[in-house]
Design a protein around this ligand. Structure first.
Ligand code: PHE
Length: 343
C-alpha cells in the first residue's frame, strides 16, 4: 500500500515534467495516451487497488481519482495553451502576405465596350434624374407588340422580324420598348427611366446586322411633356456622349407606339464636309422617338387626361460602332482579344 501511494505521487510529478517539455499538439497527444489512455499508467493502477484491503481502498481510491482529475486538468490547460500559440503563429505568418504587392507582367483586363458605353449612358442620364429599368429578354406578345399599339394583323410587325419560342405567345423581345409598359404598370408618374438591354431580330448577319444587338430605351411621363423637351434631351445626351457640340434635327418617322413619331439626326461629329461615317451627308441618323401614343399610356394604366410623355429608342450597338469607328458588328460580338484590347 505504501508503494501504491508513492507510485501515485511519482506519476503526478513525472506527468508534470513531461508536460513541461511538450511543444506541439502531437507530442501532447502521445503523452495523453501514455498517462490517461485506456491502457495508460493511471488506468494500470486499478488492478493494484483491487488487491488491497477495504480500508486501504477507502484511502487510496480517492487519491487515484484526484490524480486523474489533476492530470486531466493540467492536460486541458496545456492543450488550450498550445492551440492559442499555434493560432498566433499562423496569424504572424499571414501578416507577411501583402496583397497589394506589385507583380510585374500580369495580363490586365478591361471592360467590354458594351459595359463602358452602358456606364457612360447611365451616368449621363442619371445626372438628368433618370433611373435605370430592366425587363425580361423572353417576352410575351402582349408586352412586345399588343400593348405597344401593334395588334396581330398590323403591318408594323413585319418591321421587326421575330424569333418566336415554342411556348404560345412568347418571343425574344425585338426591342426594349416592352419595358415602357412594365414600368408604367409598376410605378406612378412622374417617370424618367432608361432601359439598356439586349434585343433579338430574326435577320441574316452581315457587317452591320446581327440577330442580336443592344438598344437603350428612354421614357419620360409627366404633366405637359412636349417634343421640344425630348429634342433638347437628345441634344444634351449626344453632345455629352460624343464630347462635342452638335446640331440635331428631327424628321417625321413612323412607330406605332408614338404619335407624332420622329427620327432624330445629329450633325456628324467627325467631319465638316462629309466623310465615310456620315456617308458624305454631314448628318447621322440616330434615334427613333416621339410622344407616347395614348393607346400605349392606357395599356400601361396611365391617365391620359393628366399625363403625356415622350419615348426614344437608340441602337446602343450602332452608337458604339459610330463612336469608336467599328465597321463590323461581328467584331463587337466575338471574344476577339486583340480587337477588344484596343478599348
Ligand atoms: N422600339 C423602336 C425600335 O426598336 C425604337 C423606338 C423606341 C422608337 C421608342 C420610338 C420610341 O425600332
Amino acid at each position: 500500500m505504501k508503494t501504491l501511494k508513492t507510485e501515485i505521487q511519482t506519476i503526478q510529478e513525472s506527468f508534470k515534467k513531461a508536460l513541461e517539455s511538450v511543444y506541439s499538439l502531437d507530442e501532447l497527444e502521445s503523452i495523453r495516451v501514455t498517462y490517461l489512455g485506456r491502457k495508460g499508467t493511471i488506468a494500470n493502477l486499478m488492478p493494484h487497488l483491487a488487491q488491497l484491503s477495504l480500508e486501504d481502498k477507502r484511502e487510496l481510491g480517492p487519491l487515484i481519482n484526484e490524480l486523474k482529475m489533476v492530470t486531466e486538468k493540467l492536460f486541458n490547460e496545456k492543450k488550450e495553451d498550445l492551440f492559442d500559440k499555434s493560432l498566433e503563429e499562423q496569424e504572424a505568418s499571414f501578416k507577411d502576405f501583402d496583397v497589394t504587392a506589385y507583380k510585374p507582367n500580369q495580363p490586365e483586363g478591361s471592360l467590354h465596350l458594351y459595359t463602358q458605353a452602358t456606364q457612360d449612358i447611365i451616368s449621363i442620364f442619371s445626372s438628368m434624374g433618370y433611373s435605370v429599368e430592366d425587363g425580361p429578354e423572353v417576352e410575351t406578345e402582349f408586352y412586345n407588340f399588343e400593348a405597344l399599339n401593334i395588334p396581330g394583323d398590323h403591318p408594323a410587325r413585319d418591321m421587326q422580324d421575330t424569333f418566336w419560342t415554342t411556348l404560345p405567345n412568347t418571343l425574344l423581345r425585338t426591342h426594349t420598348s416592352p419595358v415602357q409598359i412594365r414600368t408604367m404598370q409598376q410605378q406612378t408618374p412622374p417617370l424618367k427611366v432608361i432601359v439598356p438591354g439586349r434585343v433579338y431580330r430574326h435577320e441574316a448577319t452581315d457587317a452591320s446586322h446581327d440577330f442580336q444587338f443592344h438598344q437603350f430605351e428612354g421614357m419620360v411621363i409627366d404633366k405637359d411633356i412636349s417634343l421640344s423637351h425630348m429634342i433638347a434631351t437628345m441634344k444634351h445626351f449626344l453632345e455629352t456622349f460624343f464630347k462635342k457640340e452638335l446640331k440635331v434635327r428631327a424628321r417625321p418617322g413612323y412607330f406605332p407606339f408614338v404619335e407624332p413619331g420622329i427620327e432624330i439626326d445629329m450633325s456628324c461629329p467627325f467631319c465638316k464636309d462629309g466623310c465615310s461615317t456620315c456617308k458624305k451627308t454631314k448628318w447621322i441618323e440616330m434615334v427613333g422617338a416621339g410622344l407616347i401614343h395614348p393607346h400605349v399610356l392606357t395599356s400601361g394604366g396611365i391617365d391620359t387626361k393628366i399625363y403625356t410623355g415622350f419615348a426614344f429608342g437608340f441602337g446602343l450597338t450602332r452608337l458604339i460602332m459610330i463612336k469608336y469607328g467599328i465597321s463590323d458588328i461581328r467584331l463587337l460580338h466575338t471574344a476577339h482579344v486583340e480587337f477588344l484590347k484596343q478599348f
